[in-house]
Design a binder for this molecule. Structure first.
Ligand SMILES: Cc1cc2nc3c(=O)[nH]c(=O)nc-3n(C[C@H](O)[C@H](O)[C@H](O)COP(=O)(O)OP(=O)(O)OC[C@H]3O[C@@H](n4cnc5c(N)ncnc54)[C@H](O)[C@@H]3O)c2cc1C
Length: 457
């Protein structure tokens, strides 16, 4: 039984927790981080990184299958899931090793074990306690399911989907949000017959309606079936398959049902409620400086209401460390957090959708869509889609959405434009290299500034 004191005690070593730990250590604070599983959390072990490795393997499969389109004689012989998994796992393992090295380099003390938050400012791990001048709650999130839909056997979440050792022949994906469409995309590229069921009227419903339409068109072309505006009513499974029933009366038969209906806060069973941490529907409520209702106690990442994204967690973690160190960092603009959905084609956005902009600025919001058909590099890649700009009346650009293969890599510039509150005339003179997909952003701004170059029709 020991009691250790530190400037900062962090409960959870995912994106939010470790970013906070590293920044605090850089600022000279002593840091203890408690992690019950592996540092790196969901993003590294069960989220961003392994899914993007699968998506890359899917792209390689598509390239092999579609070589003919480019005059390259190639064909897809099949998918060796053991090979795919060992590629994916080697990426995760390499990054995990690197991250462990960063903990050592930053001299952050990692305590392995399940922590319980005990007020005031104390975390217990077994018989040992860790008292911090400040405590950060960073326990993340878990894959949710629907009432009455038990996870097990052929009914899986992303956690199991990441480690399948075979490609299902037929799969139903419940949920057309980011995680659902990413797995649908992977499995389709690997040759599965995929049906997405989404209760809302469109895929990726948080994105601009234009982006949903673009994605739906591309998915249709790829042979991915989707049923939107349809509610799921139940699922039964047997040794040979799973039957999924819908409100419409239809029944879908598949080998697997992926439940991708969102992620819930991992806030139960860690002592939060007993210690009096204010929560709403399980999410830890904070002010804009990420302070909970308890003095000296902060919360970060998926546990806090808002976008559940790793880079938001990183930024929040850094913010908290700087706030504690007295650097008075600027409050994070949630709308300026870029979002990328890495399916084929990708959807990337920052700022407001057209509907949100109209709600905020009225009907005079200006929009412009630049189609990738005018962009040489996108034609070389044979990808379709476009760039949509949204501008406040007599004001700056307040939203940018892109659809197309590889456009996720373009969101960096879009984010700068949004965050610097640029006007089209500020961006139009900036020269974009030819031929790049990046040029499509430049051309969209030329068009919005009234001097279109490669614009058809
Ligand atoms: C399939 C999938 C794909 C995703 N893809 C992307 C993507 O491409 N880009 C992106 O930005 N985001 C993506 N995300 C979201 C991203 O993974 C999360 O937003 C991010 O991991 C949240 O970080 P966090 O620190 O809040 O929580 P987590 O990463 O969940 O970390 C919480 C940590 O706390 C630990 N913990 C919990 N309770 C205790 C306890 N009592 N004691 C000790 N330790 C505890 C857990 O073991 C875990 O390591 C994806 C998520 C999933 C599921």
């Amino acid at each position: 039984m020991t009691d250790t004191s530190a400037d900062l005690v962090i409960l959870g070593g995912g994106s939010g927790g470790y970013a906070c730990a590293f920044r605090a250590a850089e600022l000279g604070l002593s840091v203890v981080l408690v992690e019950k599983d592996k540092v790196g959390g969901t993003c590294l072990h069960r989220g961003c990184i392994p899914t993007k490795a699968l998506l890359h393997a899917a792209e390689v499969a598509d390239n092999a299958r579609e070589g003919d389109q480019f005059g390259v004689k190639s064909s897809l012989e099949g998918i060796d899931m053991n090979g795919v998994n060992s590629y994916k796992d080697s990426i995760v393992a390499g990054l995990h090793k690197g991250l462990q090295g960063l903990f050592k380099a930053n001299k952050v003390t990692v305590v392995e074990g399940t922590g319980t938050f005990e007020a005031p400012n104390r975390v217990r791990v077994g018989g040992d306690t860790y008292t911090g001048k400040n405590v950060v709650l960073a326990t993340g999130s878990y894959a949710k399911t629907l009432p009455g839909l038990e996870i097990g056997g052929r009914v899986i979440t992303s956690d199991q989907a990441l480690n399948l050792d075979y490609v299902p022949e037929k799969v139903v994906v419940l949920g057309g949000g980011v995680i659902g469409v990413e797995f649908a995309s992977v499995w389709r590229s690997f040759g599965a017959d995929v049906t997405i069921v989404e209760a809302l009227p469109r895929l990726v419903p948080l994105e601009d309606e234009w982006a949903s339409k673009q994605l739906e068109r591309a998915f249709r072309k790829r042979g991915i079936t989707f049923k939107t505006g349809v509610r799921f009513t139940g699922a039964t499974q047997s040794d040979t398959g799973v039957s999924v029933s819908l409100e419409s009366g239809e029944t879908l038969e598949a080998d697997l049902l992926l439940v991708a209906v969102g992620r819930g806060p991992n806030s139960a069973g860690h002592g939060y409620e007993e210690a009096g941490v204010a929560m709403e529907r399980g999410l830890v409520t904070t002010d804009e400086r990420l302070r909970t209702n308890l003095p000296g106690v902060y919360a970060v990442g998926d546990l806090v209401p808002g976008l559940q994204l790793a880079h938001r967690g990183f930024q929040q973690g850094i913010f908290i460390a700087e706030d504690i160190a007295g650097l008075a960092p600027k409050v994070i603009d949630e709308t300026g957090i870029p979002k990328v959905t890495y399916c084929k084609p990708e959807v990337a956005s920052v700022g407001l959708t057209e509907a949100q902009a109209k709600e905020k600025y009225g009907a005079d919001v200006q929009t412009l869509v630049y189609a990738l058909s005018g962009n040489g590099k996108s034609q070389i890649l044979k990808t379709q889609g476009g760039v949509k700009l949204i501008k406040a009346p007599d004001g700056p650009v307040v939203g940018i959405t892109l659809v197309g293969e590889r456009v996720g890599e373009l969101i960096g510039e879009a984010q700068l434009i949004y965050s610097w509150e640029a006007h089209p005339e500020d961006v139009a003179p900036l020269v974009h290299a030819h031929p790049t997909q990046n040029e499509s952003l430049g051309e969209a701004f030329l068009a919005l500034a009234g001097k279109p170059l490669h614009v058809h029709g």
